[in-house]
Design a protein around this ligand. Sequence first.
Ligand code: FAD
Length: 484
Amino acid sequence: MTQAADGLAALEAQLQQDLEYLELPAKSWVPAHTYNGESVRDVVVLGAGMCGLAALARLQLTGISNVVAYDAAPAGREGPWVTFARMETLRSPKNLHGPALGLAQLTFRAWFTAQWGKAAWQALDKIPKDQWMDYLIWYRKVLNLPVHNNVRVTGIAQVGELIALDLSGAETGRVYSRRLVLATGRSGLGGFAVPDFLSKVDRRFWAHSADNIDFDALRGKRVAVIGAGASSMDNAATALEYGAAAVDLLIRRKEMPRINKMTGIGSQGVIHGMHQLPDAWKWKFVDYTATTQTPPPRASTLRVSRHANARFFLDCGIKAVQQQENGLLIETTQGALHYDYLIAATGFTNDFNGRPEFAAIAPHIRSWADGRYQPIMGPARQSMLEAPDLGPAFEFRERTPGACPILAHIYCFNDAAMLTHGKVSGDIPAVSAGADRLVRGITASLFSEDVEQHYASLQDFATPELQGDEWVDATPLLKQENAL
Ligand SMILES: Cc1cc2nc3c(=O)[nH]c(=O)nc-3n(C[C@H](O)[C@H](O)[C@H](O)COP(=O)(O)OP(=O)(O)OC[C@H]3O[C@@H](n4cnc5c(N)ncnc54)[C@H](O)[C@@H]3O)c2cc1C
């Protein structure tokens, strides 16, 4: 595939023209704030993966320009795509608008076609994952987004009405912000979901699917992968391709999930309507999806099953894992099995206490378990009970009113928001709609907080539209006429 650099330059010029036509970015309108003489950010975005970039872009386009995103990862290595995502291509179809924010020239399709042409676009099946990262790198560059890489936020605290953020890495010290967006990714506010039976097993013998795994070391080894989702297929396939002697997928379910239900009913109605539904309906949708589960993509499954040394064990629940001198003895509902290594493709959790940087706010975050869930809605499911109970713009709510007021200024723009907001803050399809909802909320809240200054600006504004020479006051003439 040949690449046309001038095609990309032309696309970038067209994008700039479109932005100009649409008067974007809008003029900056948020009054500057300081704290002890230091300037205060209007918004800090924590995380510069796809959601963080979309949020940052939407903020800038809306004229909220005193913003920055921090990401612990080096530039170009944010999120899973070139780190722990072990699929060959994206799981979603190629034509999704993703983070394009309604701007056609900002879509993956425009970026791809500008460089490789329409025929190559037609021939493309799914987007190679590394190429998706290249697109996100371009997105950030072409919009000139202020991302500071290699900076980890290690703590969050309330200082007056502000949010103080402690930084480490390429930048250190404390910065202050009026609003904070948590675009911290799939693990949301928690971390890896790890089954109890692994809690005492030495890390030499197992990894989570999102860990940095040394697959070279698995050559010639017997590997077990727990789970039947996309990540279990990707990790099993990678182990097989690196020369593992045998890879077994241990799947608790009696049958593989085969139908992607939520994708099946995807529509603008779902995107914009789900968050307005009564809570009982939200619960019903998410519970049903969790029960039916999302199948792994067909291509990812075939990438495993084409290896003769791959085996799928269904109805194979794990009862216990015993660490032995040179490996693991796994007692399953189908009998005992021996392995050298285990990969737990067991997903992520919203346990707020799982991330040290959120320690100060975690105990105060209201979740669905704190009264929003009622048994009449359906079965109590732990992963849903621990979901944060968010406001209409993704803002957290306090468990005890008054205990941590800054939560109302911290926005949960990640996968953990799904139960309250639908799937608009994690996956590619509706991230632009999510960023829009988020930024409308932040806009309204900043405007209302500064209302006195805006009113003073209204009073102070003194640039005349009329110079006074555009008309003649005819009242004296009328008086003269009446006097006659
Ligand atoms: C393996 C995998 C494959 C996926 N494939 C698809 C797919 O094909 N289609 C689809 O629609 N969705 C897919 N998803 C789901 C979703 O699109 C991705 O998870 C996507 O990366 C979400 O973007 P994000 O910005 O929310 O999080 P991320 O891309 O994970 O970005 C979060 C960022 O936050 C940073 N961060 C976190 N904490 C801190 C901190 N304290 N300080 C500084 N930085 C911090 C991290 O370094 C990271 O770069 C996939 C997810 C995974 C895990």
